[in-house]
Design a binder for this molecule. Structure first.
Ligand SMILES: [Zn+2]
Length: 470
């Protein structure tokens, strides 16, 4: 039985997008599969491709170990992975040789000798991450564990010409890649965009019918451009999905959660049973354009009137903060206006953090209205957590408290009693982008492509792969 047959047996589908380099290797059926691949890859003269069984077990073992922050004992891995002791030992040895797992001391004794523990090594590799936002972008060099090591932020984003933004991003990412010669070379890039992305191939799909008059990112081959210029594998996704993934990757995070991004635009990411839920057409969580009866009929960027985004978004708050009457009543906003000649949503959120009464009123009204929609969504979905992120994180805790109170007034205790509402981290888009790319590189299908080389760095097939969901 060849490895492709194994793959179909295990996964019920064929590999998509990657040209399998396994053409000659035969697996040994009956449990001994992949043993020859246990020798350290780097020391081999002519690397023989590992079997798909080996890679799948290794991938699952690393992912399982990663889910324990304090480390995991071999016996727990045997139980949770339904793998034999010998197989777990061998995969554990490979993962340790690769530096991905490291000893984590000894666990609790259950009578005999306390077991050896193993944990994921957040410094085993580095990753590149790119978070394009509406007006700003950030490129970062990160540890595979999600820590930002170096970063560059510049003024250009989704409202600007995609070719110019991506070209600048490539320059910054190239510089970041060489900025820390003391660390392992980055394995790949995760890139987030605040617009719907077809996750199958990373293509950018229209955000909303008739949206905006600015330069169009729709159809721009951002993923191919980045991959070819950087010669590494690239995964692109909607910013809210990346943010939701960051929230879901936190220690102790519930398996079901919602991430609501309140930046210039409004968006929602959904995590269900620990997985990002993308929906049938890259449009899951598009709550911004729900028509609100009390929205006053303001024109929306989608071409319609009275959408939720016209009353709850950074853009709506900017409009509210720049009226002459409002400026008259807030010395804080007047100061910002005279300094910058404009007021950005982040300024309003900072005003909330500083206790400016006018900014607090604007944000409170928005939070109240957001709660109306969240009451419906949380009652339907029953998440364990709603995370409020994006620019709104600059406002401190108040926005979350208002949403929480308004929401709890509107739903049954059965919905709210196990619901936590918290503010997100300003780096959630970067953290999620890094996590997505790392998870994909360590998934069985992708790991199978590079494992024989010891690392994904410089593996040509990863640069040219068409599918990013395989
Ligand atoms: Zn709209």
């Amino acid at each position: 039985m060849g490895p492709t047959a194994h793959l179909v047996d295990l996964q019920g589908r064929s590999p998509v997008g990657y040209t399998s380099r396994v053409t000659t290797h035969e697996d040994t059926p009956g449990g001994a599969a992949g043993d020859e691949a246990d020798a350290p890859m780097s020391r081999r003269r002519a690397p023989r491709p590992p079997s798909f069984v080996h890679v799948t077990q290794l991938s699952h073992l690393i992912a399982e170990a990663r889910s324990y922050s304090q480390g995991v004992a071999r016996a727990d891995l045997v139980d949770s992975l339904s793998m034999g002791r010998n197989a777990v030992d061998r995969r554990l040895r490979t993962a340790v040789e690769m530096g991905l797992l490291v000893p984590a001391g000894r666990g609790m004794s259950t009578g005999g000798r306390a077991p050896e523990m193993w944990r994921f090594n957040p410094d085993a590799a580095t990753m590149l991450a790119l978070a394009v936002s509406y007006r700003q972008s950030t490129a970062a060099l990160m540890s595979i564990g999600g820590e930002v090591l170096e970063r560059v932020t510049w003024e250009a984003g989704l409202i600007d010409d995609p070719a110019a933004v991506v070209t600048t991003a490539i320059d910054h990412l190239t510089a970041l890649r060489g900025s820390r010669p003391d660390l392992p070379a980055p394995w790949g890039l995760g890139a987030s965009l605040p617009t719907p992305v077809d996750f199958r191939d990373g293509s950018i799909v229209p955000p909303v019918a008739g949206a905006g008059s600015g330069p169009s990112w729709t159809g721009y081959p951002a993923r191919t451009r980045l991959a070819e210029a950087l010669q590494m594998s690239v995964w692109v996704d909607d910013e809210v999905n990346m943010m939701a993934l960051a929230a879901a990757s936190r220690v102790g995070a519930p398996k079901d959660l919602l991430y609501v991004r309140v930046s210039l635009g409004l968006g929602m990411g959904i995590v269900s049973s620990g997985q990002v839920h993308r929906g049938a057409g890259a449009a899951s969580g598009e709550i911004a354009h729900i028509q609100m009866s009390g929205a006053g009929g303001a024109a929306c960027r989608c071409g319609r009137r009275g959408c939720l985004e016209t009353v709850v978004s950074g853009g709506a708050m900017e409009d509210a903060a720049t009226t002459p009457q409002v400026l008259k009543t807030s010395s804080y906003l007047r100061e910002v206006m005279s300094e910058k000649d404009t007021i950005r949503d982040i300024d309003v959120f900072r005003g909330v953090a500083q206790g400016d009464r006018v900014c607090v009123r604007i944000a409170t009204e928005a939070a109240d209205r957001l709660a109306v929609v969240l009451a419906v969504v949380t009652t339907t979905y029953n998440p364990g957590e709603v995370v409020l992120g994006g620019d709104v994180t600059a406002s401190g805790q108040l926005f979350g408290q208002v949403v929480s109170q308004a929401l709890r007034r509107r739903v049954l205790p059965s919905t709210s009693e196990r619901l936590r509402i918290r503010m997100g981290h300003p780096d959630d888009a970067l953290i999620g982008a890094c996590r997505l790319a790392a998870d994909r590189l360590l998934s069985p299908h992708v790991m199978h492509v590079w494992l024989a080389q010891g690392s994904p760095v410089g593996v040509a097939e990863l640069v040219t792969h068409r599918r990013q969901d395989a």
